[in-house]
Write a protein that binds this ligand. Structure first.
Ligand SMILES: O=P(O)(O)OC[C@H]1O[C@H](OP(=O)(O)OP(=O)(O)O)[C@H](O)[C@@H]1O
Ligand SMILES: Nc1ncnc2[nH]cnc12
Length: 171
């Protein structure tokens, strides 16, 4: 995982003073390492009878779509407000740097669906926790939550204590 970490670039004071932004774009540009990362993100859940992967806009779309492809299941986008054209369910949450809302199409998840939640970063855990709540509101079951990287001092995993959690790179 040290090789993966070498492809994450630290940008100080972005998007605001005091935040060290972990920039994943160098990793995205490396096909072999991107493939290695996605495989390691889904490996613990291969036997979980996953029926779909859900990912959060925007960076969760990248890893979530690749993870869905890897598992041979479909992908469910959890989107920022006003983007989805059909009827939606929604949830509000707090970020490391602000507040936000996520929406999902009401017909994207059926009761009993077994969902793997994928995102690039686990920071405060607000996004992931809200996403789990959104999936569960629609009757889906969260089989696990998997992240490329986790910012440990922000203790996001405390928000996800009731879920199976996987993260590859730790800061
Ligand atoms: O654990 P948290 O504190 O909730 O933070 C993690 C979230 O923050 C980032 O998304 P962001 O909202 O910045 O959106 P983006 O993917 O569009 O850049 C990241 O991709 C996660 O979704
Ligand atoms: N420090 C950080 N770097 C990159 N993405 C983030 N999402 C939330 N916090 C972040």
């Amino acid at each position: 995982m040290n090789t993966l970490k070498s492809k994450i670039r630290d940008i100080e004071n972005f998007p605001q003073a005091g935040v060290t932004f972990r920039d994943i774009t160098p990793l995205l540009a490396d096909h072999a390492l991107l493939q290695q990362a996605v495989q390691a993100m889904v490996d613990p859940f291969r036997d979980g009878n996953i029926t779909a992967v859900a990912g959060m806009e925007a960076r969760g779309f990248i890893f979530g779509s690749l993870a869905a492809w890897e598992l041979g299941v479909g992908f469910i986008p959890l989107r920022k407000p006003g983007k989805l054209p059909h009827q939606v369910g929604k949830v509000d949450y707090q970020l490391e740097y602000g507040s936000a809302t996520l929406e999902v199409h009401l017909d994207a998840i059926n009761a009993g669906d077994k969902i793997l939640l994928i995102d690039d970063v686990l920071a405060t855990g607000g996004t992931a926790r809200a996403s789990c709540q959104l999936v569960e509101q629609l009757g889906g079951e969260i089989v696990g939550c998997s992240f490329l990287l986790e910012i440990m001092p922000l203790n996001g995993r405390k928000q996800l204590e009731s879920y199976s959690l996987n993260s590859l790179i730790h800061y």
